[in-house]
Design a protein around this ligand. Structure first.
Ligand code: COA
Length: 337
């Protein structure tokens, strides 16, 4: 039976032009192309130049998504959600600035902070608003500028993260249409908040009256622990969303997992019982772009003509918080060029 749903209507992506290869990093720190490729699958990433902020990348990706949505793309967007762990500043949020620069007028605009799960959280937020009738169309952007938060003396994080932005336009439609977001599953476990994050600058530090130590301005991560939770939570959340959608694992055409580490994606595939050919993998080109990773992977696969109309996609992500989230959707009938 058909019901109201958000339907994918536009897609955009943008990465900053500067490519940083593993070999370049090997010259700056004690690492090697061999280690990075074997342990993560990453071959290069993009880093934003000095002076480029998250909103700058978000505007580029958003503009492309609106263009790909065609006539009406700019016209009746009523909501912008920007998912990011690296906003331009603590306050105000990044989304109103992005909305203004995209010429979207005085629409509702908010940031969603859920670490690397941010895009799935933002998709869920926008989908719910469309289904509730609060807007006819929404723009959802995942955007990150990690370079300023990377400690280049910490090889365990500096080689992992990259900068970029990906965006989708959603319109109000129905579940029987190609491109419908059918269901989402979201979760969190704040008892594990200390496994990954950027602690400096928040009210916790301010409340102690102690200025943040320079190290606290940087991203830290307990990679080994995060790895284990990532696989477990993405597998559980994927199963939950497949149950809700009424899909068996065999019916999924493409698994678009958070692009953190190829070994994590392979472990996820094993746990779900999905062959690796159905995994969408883009991290070799961009590294872990956090909230931008899923829309960047979607845009890359779409540009290669990998998806056909009504293909069944499982999106699944995890991130700082810890947070996790999954979505089941079908691919739209139109080309999202
Ligand atoms: N180059 C070379 N050696 C490195 C290195 C690098 N860039 N980073 C770490 N090492 C070394 C370590 O120092 C350690 O050396 P030791 O055995 O002499 O102590 C060895 O490699 C193994 O380190 P370890 O941390 O156990 O590696 P790992 O196999 O767990 O891989 C990650 C590290 C970070 C790639 C992996 O844990 C990971 O991907 N975790 C998930 C991270 C994630 O998804 N984050 C998303 C944010 S929510």
């Amino acid at each position: 039976m058909s019901a109201p749903a958000a339907v994918l209507a536009g897609l955009g992506a943008h990465v900053p032009p500067r490519t940083v290869t593993n070999d370049e990093l090997s010259r700056r720190m004690d690492t090697s192309d061999e280690w990075i490729v074997q342990r993560t699958g990453i071959r290069q990433r993009h880093w934003a130049d000095f002076g480029v902020a998250t909103s700058d990348l978000a505007v580029e990706a958003g503009r492309q998504a609106l263009k790909s949505a065609g006539a009406g793309g700019f016209g009746d967007i009523g909501l912008l959600v920007v998912a990011t762990a690296t906003p331009d500043q603590q306050c105000p949020s990044t989304a109103p600035d992005v909305a203004a620069r995209l010429g979207l007028g005085t629409i509702a605009a908010l940031d969603v902070g859920a670490g690397c799960s941010g895009f799935v959280y933002a998709l869920a937020t926008a989908s719910a608003a469309l289904v509730a009738g609060h807007a006819e169309r929404a723009l959802v952007i995942g955007a990150e500028t990690f370079r300023p938060f990377l400690d280049l003396t910490d090889r365990s994080t500096a080689v992992i993260f990259g900068d970029g932005a990906g965006a989708v336009v959603l319109r109000r439609g129905t579940t029987d249409e190609a491109g419908a977001v059918l269901t989402v599953d979201l979760g969190s476990d704040g008892t594990l908040k200390d496994l990954v994050g950027i602690p400096g600058n928040g009210s916790r530090h301010r409340s102690t009256g102690r200025p943040a130590h320079p190290d606290e301005q940087y991203l830290y991560m307990n990679g080994k622990e995060v790895f284990v939770h990532a696989v477990r939570r993405m597998a559980q959340s994927s199963s939950a969303v497949l149950d809700q959608a009424g899909w068996s694992v065999d019916e999924v055409d493409h698994v678009v997992g958070h692009q953190a580490n190829l070994r994590i994606l392979h472990a996820l595939a094993r746990q779900l019982g999905v062959d690796r050919e159905r995994l969408v993998c883009h991290l070799d080109q961009v590294g872990n772009t956090s909230a931008a990773s899923i829309p960047l992977a979607l845009a890359d696969a779409a540009s290669r003509g990998r998806f056909r109309s009504r293909d069944r996609l499982l999106l699944t992500a995890f991130g700082a918080g810890l947070t996790w989230g999954s979505a089941a959707l079908t691919w739209p009938g139109t080309t999202l060029a």
